[in-house]
Design a protein around this ligand. Structure first.
Ligand code: SAM
Length: 433
């Protein structure tokens, strides 16, 4: 297997600048979003240009799509989490008349000002809402948030509604009384800083979004088309023909036990998309590829899920070894997390994904993945190296790895795993068809 795992592209700048300062990217803080500067650097480095078609198969809240659109490049983004896909859609819809949008926002804000002055808690049946919401917001704040939501939903123009609802989504964590340790809310831990006034926070958020749109539309006279599709990238992506994609860039789920469904629980409950853990599982969690133990609990995947037969023996042996160690650790600990099952399911699903990406990409095209390794229960899983090998096994001609940064180990806090001192990394996997 030809896999230049130590070869680096030193001329790619890999600084992770805060997306929360960049126009459009800062509209919603998605806990697992990646650096837009890296996408821009890679577009330059790989000469991705107008006329090309870019694909991000795990597009999240649309970082790649926004970068492509800004550069005048057409793109497709696939995302299995319906709410997150909606965020990406709204962030990539720029066909507004700015003067009309400004006027509609002013009208809405005036209406809200009056509405929130005379708010009456009994108009909102707060006790029927999920308890999680009542733990994360004061009753007053929750009434104000619902009042804003109701006023937005009365508007006729769907794009205007979506724009305003995204502004509302963007302030949920800001006006919550609980601390947030991304990606999760901590209802029992109160915020130390003063909580902003709900309407002021909303006005500031929507004004910032309007400014961003105005700025980028001035700079970018012919933005690319961005198509966002709710779908599963571990299955056949029907609407993409063979060899259609010139360049693909993504950050797939890491094997670090982040539950992307739970990471958006506050939003899902507030917007009434789900009202219980079970409903989140049915509507979101079950649609996502396996990357966290909350997805396999009770799924009866079997005690010893095996690596799929299509994988080369070398990779199957390696995965079997890792799963064995994870299983041994599982039975030594009280939490008994199914990391062994998650690990095998992850690579089995990633095999299908790589096969599909190989089909979609044109010969000579590149597929870049930003990805971290992990060490659940102190067992190192070199996810980057293993995925590069999987890619070579489905036909990719070249696989190179560049280490982007060393990472802290979040397993201690998130997974409750025992401390370990295995150095972890975030890598860029560069695949060529
Ligand atoms: C690391 S995040 C990507 C974040 C993205 N780069 C951004 O800037 O927002 C991985 C994403 O993959 C999505 N995902 C999980 N399973 C998927 C699947 N089978 N198909 C498509 N997307 C999926 C998750 O919901 C999550 O948003």
């Amino acid at each position: 297997m030809r896999c230049n795992l130590n070869q680096t592209c030193k001329d790619i700048r890999c600084t992770f600048v805060d997306n929360m300062k960049a126009p459009i990217h800062r509209w919603y803080r998605y806990p697992c979003g990646f650096s837009y500067t890296l996408v821009e650097e890679c577009f330059k480095h790989f000469n991705v240009k107008r006329g090309d078609l870019v694909l991000d198969p795990f597009v999240g809240c649309g970082t790649t799509s926004v970068c492509a659109k800004l550069a005048g490049i057409d793109s497709i983004g696939v995302e299995a989490h319906p709410y997150v896909a909606w965020i990406a859609e709204v962030k990539t819809y720029w066909d507004f008349d700015i003067a009309e949008l400004r006027k509609a926002i002013n009208d809405l804000c005036m209406e809200l000002w009056e509405k929130l002055l005379n708010i009456n808690e009994s108009d909102y049946d707060l006790d029927s809402k999920p308890e999680f919401l009542l733990k994360n917001f004061s009753r007053r704040t929750l009434c104000e948030l619902y009042a804003i939501k109701d006023a937005i939903e009365e508007r006729d123009d769907i794009h205007f509604r979506d724009f305003c609802l995204l502004a509302l989504a963007g302030i949920l964590r800001k006006v919550s009384s609980s601390s947030v340790v991304f990606p999760y809310m901590l209802p029992r831990k109160r915020k130390k800083n003063k909580i902003p006034n709900t309407l002021e926070a909303f006005n500031a958020q929507i004004a910032m979004m309007l400014d961003d749109l105005q700025t980028i539309l001035k700079k970018c006279s012919s933005p690319g088309e961005a198509k966002i599709v709710k779908g599963d990238s571990t299955k056949k992506i029907d609407f993409i023909d063979d060899n259609m994609i010139d360049f693909a860039f993504t950050s797939p789920p890491y094997l670090n036990n982040v539950d992307y469904a739970d990471a958006t629980r506050l939003d899902l409950y507030f917007f009434g998309i789900a009202s219980s853990w079970r409903e989140i599982t049915l509507k979101v969690r079950n649609k996502l590829m396996t990357s966290s133990t909350t997805q396999v609990n009770g799924k009866r995947l079997g005690e010893e899920l095996l690596p799929r037969e299509e994988l080369p023996q070398e990779i199957r042996d390696e995965l079997t070894q890792i799963a064995r160690k994870l299983r041994r650790e599982k039975y030594r600990r009280s939490g008994r997390k199914d990391y062994d099952i998650v690990c095998i399911a992850y690579f089995n699903e990633m095999y299908s994904h790589m096969t599909e990406m190989f089909r979609c990409l044109r010969p000579g095209g590149y597929y870049l993945l930003v990805l971290g390794d992990s060490a659940p229960y102190g067992v190192h899983i070199p996810t980057d190296i293993l995925l590069a090998k999987v890619a070579l096994s489905v036909g990719f001609k070249e696989a190179k790895l560049q280490v982007l940064r060393k990472r802290g180990d979040k397993w201690k806090s998130i997974a409750g795993g025992r401390r370990h001192d295995i150095p972890l990394r975030e890598s860029l996997i560069i695949l060529k068809k």
